[in-house]
Ligand binder design. Structure first.
Ligand SMILES: Nc1ncnc2c1ncn2[C@@H]1O[C@H](COP(=O)(O)OP(=O)(O)OP(=O)(O)O)[C@@H](O)[C@H]1O
Length: 708
């Protein structure tokens, strides 16, 4: 077939070489690397069921959307026995192999960053990695006394718990993780597993109270409703999902998700991780309480003087499940204190305020329950050996644990409407991208140094530090958002105006076309995103849903709620008086955790897994090139290729070079030494053919960009 190309576009076409069509294992093995070659290679391989492709140290993983026989014991063993993962086909086990080898040989902690859009296969990749690592280090007990026996199995059992409470069906993925996750695996010098700590990021708690069309609430609610028909959980008195405001608009069953089986797996995991039965029951009671809280409805008396509850049934059920004093819960939901001068009077909430308080309480309870679960898992997975739990310590005497971190985090997001959550996710992607570019850039320089060639300042990478500064720097958007918390008359609109005034000279900030729009655009590394700032201040303030919530929860008969109440009270007491609300803001907490995460990644040798979703319908054997190309760009892989092209994009081993340019040896006769012959040929080509940028490495002949 002949494809016509507009004349002006001819110069943008890339030359196709044989290797570009082969579907090679490693893009960097191509003598000339182009974006088109990358896309074509990934496509060819994915049709051959080879879902993994290497771009040097980056692993591209295309979701096959059906199970493949490539995770069997045989594959596992092949990688375990391999000296170098590059001797085998690219595979997620190869990334695990590299990281473990890095731990064993090097002096640096290791990090594996898995990113990609929703449904691209991040969580599955993280699970394959974890099983590989667990299998490799199994039984390598530090003290040889069996004390750590079973820790690897326990670490694997965190998955059912995290998935039940943190995953939900969305339109893009029936088992979508609604939070980001960093797993910190700790090893002894002999690579025995010593512990694991989990950190979560940005759990989507808004999903507790409502979901978009075609989606579902968190899996755990559906598991619990199924299980509570029978046996030990009957006492919860739960009904079907249509009885609950928070679930009745949910799609009831998620394709491929077996709620009954998953609940059995959850209970097994709880037991294996040492959650006592009473604690499990308390967690289920809190969930049942949340569902009943959601059914509370309010009305104002005719004179609008008072606010009352429509029927007491949901309140009674919620108080019963949460073991809260009934009247304290009722008054907490209906009234608040207003301070006028020295006096404080009690007044009724408005209808909208009461509904917001009800949903706020439910979200807060769910979020705190999730945090508590993680804390409990962490406590059970930590084998103390005198090291610092934040992993800050170095390894001066070789006795501190070796760390392997696995990050499973949502990729860059750009939806029809983008809010504070997208801004924070995109900020984390900007930070990771900056780190990624620096690492790729550094490895390119190191690669060439190995060939005895110093690239010096000849290559550059796209520096997105200005976007990071715009959002997260001193005086940046998030600082300004925090400042608004201290301003009594601040609104989302005043925040946007201040941002536009302070930062409009920045090329990265896009000023809205229409005056009065409460929002702005940001030119991110991947694409320009328009943010709607309605609700930014409220989300950031992260106010307690009820003034009296700390006291209320401490009055519960459930120890778990008492604990949450105490931690709320403590947080109120210890928040810095100078910075007041700012130090408790949602964005401030996120920024702190992001900084800690980046510090850990920066201190590690990092491996990257870029997961790609090949089609929007989640179908096997379908490959939408435009979609894949966009993801390759968002994931920074194209930038990695671009960096490579600036240096020596065409690299050939001496044998390969001599084979291809054999005919020229007549013009520039060489010696029997292959390197010397290549050297002569390069000199000849540079002089006679005026080809610039040719260099000779120690193993390869390298051709600079100008020569392409
Ligand atoms: N290697 C694989 N082999 C077979 N199926 C896979 C593989 N990776 C992913 N899948 C399928 O794709 C689905 C989505 O994958 P996964 O949940 O890991 O995506 P994700 O990137 O973590 O999405 P989200 O960000 O929404 O959590 C899985 O439930 C599974 O059915």
């Amino acid at each position: 077939m002949v494809q016509r190309c507009p004349e002006g576009a001819v110069q943008d076409l890339s030359q196709v070489q044989d290797g570009h069509l082969d579907g090679v294992d490693d893009i960097c093995s191509l003598s000339i690397v182009t974006e088109a070659a990358l896309l074509h290679t990934v496509r060819v391989r994915s049709f051959r069921q080879q879902i993994y492709t290497r771009v040097a140290r980056i692993l591209i993983s295309v979701n096959p959307f059906h199970s493949l026989p490539i995770y069997s014991a045989k594959y596992l063993k092949d990688f375990q026995d391999a000296k170098d993962s590059f001797d085998l086909q690219p595979h997620i086990y190869g990334t695990g192999h590299d990281a473990l080898r890095g731990l064993a040989e090097g002096n640096k902690d290791q990090a594996i960053v898995i990113s990609g859009e929703s449904g691209a296969g991040k969580t599955e990749s993280a699970k394959f990695l974890l099983s590989y690592v667990a299998e490799c280090v199994k039984g390598r007990d530090l003290h040889g006394n069996g004390a750590l026996h079973g820790l690897e199995a326990r670490v694997l059992q965190t998955n059912p718990i995290l998935e039940s409470f943190g995953n939900a069906m969305t339109t893009r993925n029936a088992n979508s993780s609604r939070f980001g996750k960093w797993l910190d695996l700790r090893f002894s010098q002999a690579l025995g597993m010593k512990g694991c700590q989990i950190t979560s990021y940005l759990l989507e708690v808004t999903r507790v109270c409502g979901q978009s069309e075609g989606e579902r609430g968190f899996h755990i609610f559906f598991q619990l409703l199924q299980a509570s028909n029978e046996g030990a959980l009957k006492f919860l008195g739960l009904k079907d999902p249509s009885s609950y405001r928070y679930l009745k608009n949910s799609v009831l069953s998620a394709p491929g998700i077996d709620d009954r089986q998953n609940f059995a797996d959850l209970r097994h995991a709880f037991n294996l991780l040492g959650f006592p039965e009473e604690e499990q029951m308390q967690a289920f009671q809190i969930l049942a309480g949340i569902l009943n809280l959601g059914n509370l409805e309010f009305f104002s008396t005719e004179d609008e003087e008072e606010l009352r509850l429509e029927g007491d049934e949901p309140l009674l059920a919620a108080a019963r499940q949460l073991r809260l004093p009934l009247e304290q819960l009722r008054q907490g939901l209906l009234r608040r204190k207003v301070v006028t001068g020295r006096d404080a009077i009690e007044t009724y909430l408005r209808l909208d305020q009461a509904r917001a308080a009800r949903d706020g309480l439910s979200r807060m309870l769910y979020g705190r329950l999730f945090d508590w679960l993680i804390q409990r898992m962490n406590d059970g997975l930590e084998i103390s050996n005198g090291h610092h739990p934040d992993g800050k310590e170095g390894r001066p005497n070789g006795t501190a644990p070796r760390l392997l971190g696995i990050l499973d985090i949502s990729g860059f997001e750009s939806f029809a409407t983008n809010s504070l959550e997208q801004l924070l996710i995109n900020l984390s992607n900007e930070e990771l991208q900056l780190q990624f570019n620096e690492a790729v850039f550094k490895s390119e320089i190191e690669d060439c140094l190995k060939e005895g060639i110093d690239l010096g300042a000849t290559i550059q990478y796209e520096d997105n530090s200005d976007v990071v500064a715009l959002i997260d720097g001193r005086g940046g958007m998030l600082d300004m958002l925090d400042e608004e918390l201290a301003m009594p008359k601040a609104t989302d609109a005043t925040f946007v105006n201040k941002v536009l005034k302070a930062h409009s000279p920045s090329e990265r900030l896009i000023v809205p076309k229409f005056q009065g729009t409460v929002g702005f655009g940001i030119q991110h590394y991947a694409a320009t995103v328009t943010y709607s700032c309605d609700g930014f201040l409220e989300k950031n303030a992260d106010r307690l849903p009820l003034e009296t919530v700390a006291d209320l929860l401490q009055a519960s008969e459930l120890p778990l709620l008492q604990e949450i109440g105490q931690s709320l009270e403590q947080a109120q007491r210890t928040s810095s008086p100078q910075r007041g609300r700012q130090s408790r803001s949602a964005t401030c907490r996120f920024r702190n955790s992001l900084r800690q995460l980046m510090a850990k990644i920066q201190a590690s040798e990092t491996h990257y897994v870029r997961c790609i979703k090949p089609n929007a319908q989640n179908r096997p054997k379908e490959f939408t090139s435009v979609m894949v190309h966009e993801q390759l760009r968002y994931s920074g892989v194209l930038e990695a290729v671009r960096i490579r092209k600036q240096g020596f994009s065409c690299r050939m081993l001496f044998e390969e070079f001599l084979l291809r340019y054999r005919c020229l040896t007549l013009l520039a006769p060489g010696s029997s030494d292959r390197g010397a012959t290549v050297q002569k040929l390069l000199e000849w080509a540079a002089e006679k053919l005026a080809v610039p940028g040719l260099r000779l490495g120690s193993r390869r002949s390298l051709t600079g960009m100008a020569a392409n």
